[in-house]
Design a protein around this ligand. Sequence first.
Ligand code: IPM
Ligand code: MG
Length: 348
Amino acid sequence: MSYQIAVLPGDGVGPEVSNAAMQVLAALAQKYDIELECREYVFGGAAIDACNNPLPDVTLTACQQADAVFLGAVGGPKWDGGAMRPEAGLLDLRQKLGLFANLRPVKLHPALAEYSPLKAERIKNVDILILRELTGGLYFGEKQRKNNQASDLCSYSKYEIIRIAKVAFEAARNRGRHVTSIDKANVLETSRLWRETVSWLQQSRYPDIELRHELVDSAAMKIITDPQTYDVILTENLFGDILSDECSVLSGSIGLLGSASLGAGKQGLYEPIHGSAPDIAGQNIANPLGAIASVAMLLRHSLNHHKAAMALDDAINRVIKRGVRTRDIGGAASCQEVADKIIHTINK
Ligand code: IPM
Ligand code: MG
């Protein structure tokens, strides 16, 4: 059986980092005898330009039929203020594929400690898995604009909270057995339901996992002052969007981190957590490691190929250690050179 991978290069540096990541995936497929069919589809701003729709039907159908979707990046100033936004395509795709769980692992590579804005002793051993709820809350609530007033509805059901919290507790079982659930329960009703539901689930199903609740404002501070105290962070859509960007800088560069968006089955969408970086697009200087780290997540979650995923994680670590680095982490290597070195390391 051949796995179908829908590749959405998207905008800005998206095409270059996708290209690098797909070369790496092809090398692993060859080495580990994994049958793959990767096809590219237009998406985001590129799709607005081509067919006036950030998520064209052909792209959506291909993604629905694929075993996994790989995305480069979407958005850019070019589409600011337009009637349609590239980001709308991504939100729509997440919702239509039912990808309610967004996993963003943040780990410091010891060789890159000097690129973290925090002091070395503070970030030593940082290893956080952020679990962001991805298809509910403010981003998907009813939106209104009337005269000089606008509103976005934030709504969560118990069902939505339980299904994401389960993913967090299950993930914690394979890690440090600790979940920090982040909300704003001193103000928001959705947060109060969130807190009650997460506590109930922990008491009834996951008594072996330690659970701590934190308010989002103080958590934003503690992520900087005490990042080592977090294992799994569980939070809703908006807070997760903000806190995951905050956490990403702990690792030294947002360009290093990958992500997986998962639903009830094996299918997933994988993308680097960085944006489209239009200022450096087309120059072959973007860091492809976030996209490449997303390939490891794809191999693990959607293709169940742990051996290839481990080999890739190992190759990423070796290449960083050897000093083959793009500009954002103090080197001069190009995007393609980093991909070439990863492939060379895999095939050694
Ligand atoms: C992210 C991005 C998206 C989000 C945008 C592009 C819609 O910021 O994946 O974090 O807000 O979810
Ligand atoms: Mg974001």
